[in-house]
Design a protein around this ligand. Structure first.
Ligand code: SF4
Length: 477
């Protein structure tokens, strides 16, 4: 019988690097920040369907906490590796117009959710949220506080992604005063050659000053984003970057795999392919990062996340509260996610809904007095079942079959007969163990969790017309 982390209350999931298995199973696949994945959203779902979902919550007198995502799409310069939906401009007047519309949307959402749960989580992402000036940010936060009832600072998780190149020490202190209590910094790599190759010059001293300021200002969690697989990265350069990251002592580290998809993301065409590490070196880089971070006391949370054992993310995982959403891993299970801003995705009730992707379309809808929802999906029972299953595997690396059978009217072995058959190959490779009551992902299988979850994704066997499936997703590792 395998020891189940949640049943034994034991330590964190260990992770084991097996280059041969990873090489064998590497393929393209979703990151499962949602299930069904965003490419399955339909244009038939719009503002009306979103209103119905909110009305459903009201009828059920929902008091589930609220989580709010605010998207600021602007950046001053472009990083060549970027795959985000952003607008690169030095004309900051564009942000003022955007803020006027964003506030309209916030007002409308605030009215729709008035009297429901408290806001316990806020996340500013982009683009570059700190593209906004200090005054604009203060004004926007005041607006948010007027529209939503925030949980007190010690209970709520209020985070912002910052680009250290755009903030001063004073600005960091100001962000804390404006109500943020967690901060995540884009670093990617400290090596000057790598920074040059991706058009993101960010001196180490500048980044360290921002981290120190965040600590002084009383931010509860400081997170650093790194990327492996960037041009000009070598084992030596990565060793040096890791030395610096570990010395900076952040609470969380996100280590993303650079997905080179120049046919999808135009800025990536400016990366010289000959500068990219070979697939073998890339795997060595990943192995090095995992080894160094674990040796430095970080625990592997899953996918691309590491955290200190006492960080809330690690604590939530130990307590089985970890969740996966559009910001990656999150400690707030069971909340309604309201997202404001161009291209932002909400998860309300049993629906997902996405806003207009262009500024023009976003402004036009709001001018008509409508929320700018243009696509989405209403989840069927099968979607809800598979979503829970994928969430559990992604967050806990194990699945209690009994708990699924208690929550859904199915016999697991019959309903998922085909999937269980497919899992046999993974079991033979030592990536998981299937028992009558549990599916448990082994330390060796944890880095390949996306592959395992893909078995339960029924949409992957239904390619969309005219789309070449392997091109839509990044490599699973
Ligand atoms: S990586 Fe971030 S800062 Fe760079 S262009 Fe993309 S969104 Fe902007």
């Amino acid at each position: 019988m395998y020891n189940h982390a949640s049943s034994t209350g034991s330590a964190f999931p260990a992770v084991e690097f097996d280059a041969a298995i990873i090489g064998k199973l590497s393929q393209s696949g979703p990151r499962y920040t949602s299930y069904p994945t965003a490419d399955r959203f339909q244009s038939e779902f719009g503002y009306g369907q979103f209103l119905e979902a909110v009305a459903g919550l009201r009828m059920r007198r929902s008091t589930r906490p609220l989580s709010l995502y605010i998207h600021i799409p602007f950046c001053d310069t472009v990083c060549y590796y970027c795959g985000c939906n952003k607008i690169v401009t030095k004309d900051h007047s564009k942000a003022a117009t955007y803020l006027d519309y964003l506030k309209q949307e916030i007002d409308m959402q605030g009215r729709l959710f008035a009297g429901m749960g408290k806001l316990e989580q806020l996340h500013f992402g982009g683009g570059t949220p700190t593209y906004l000036s200090d005054r604009q940010m203060g004004d926007l936060m005041a607006h948010l506080h007027a529209s939503f009832e925030f949980a007190p600072d010690q209970l709520g998780e209020y985070s912002i992604e910052i680009d250290p190149r755009t903030v001063s020490v004073e600005r960091v202190h100001s962000l804390r005063k404006q109500g943020f209590n967690r901060i995540s910094l884009g670093v990617q790599d400290f090596d000057p050659d790598v920074q040059k190759a991706v058009n993101r010059i960010q001196p180490e001293a500048e980044t360290r000053a921002v981290i120190d300021a965040a600590r002084d200002a009383g931010f509860r969690s400081i997170s650093i984003d790194l990327i492996y697989g960037l041009p000009k990265q070598t084992m030596t350069s990565m060793e040096q970057t890791l030395d610096k990251v570990i010395a900076a002592n952040p609470d969380r580290i996100a280590l993303y795999n650079y997905a080179h998809l120049p046919h999808l993301f135009k800025p990536q065409r400016r990366i010289h392919e000959e500068d990219l590490p070979t697939p073998a070196v890339k795997l060595d880089l990943l192995a090095l990062c995992i080894r160094r971070l674990c040796a430095a006391g970080y625990v592997y949370i899953g996918m691309d996340h590491f955290a200190k054992p006492d960080d809330e993310l690690a604590v939530a995982q130990r307590q089985g509260r970890l969740q996966r959403n559009f910001q990656g891993y999150s400690t707030r299970a069971e909340s309604e996610l309201i997202s404001c801003g161009v291209s932002a995705i909400s998860a309300v009730g049993a629906t997902y809904s996405q806003n207009e992707k262009t500024l023009e379309g976003y402004y036009e809808k709001l001018d008509e007095g409508r929320l700018p929802v243009v696509r989405g999906i209403k989840l069927e029972n099968d979607d809800l079942l598979r979503r829970i299953l994928i969430q559990k595997l992604m967050c806990n690396f194990e699945l209690s079959i009994a708990s699924i059978e208690q929550s859904f009217p199915i016999r697991f072995t019959e309903y998922f007969a085909t999937e269980l058959q497919k899992l046999k190959a993974f079991e033979e490779d030592g990536l998981l163990i299937v028992e009558p009551d549990w599916i448990t992902v082994t330390p060796k299988g944890r880095l390949l969790i996306r592959n395992i979850c893909m078995v339960f994704d029924r949409y992957l066997s239904q390619p969309r017309l005219g789309e070449a499936q392997p091109l839509r997703y990044s490599k699973t590792i």
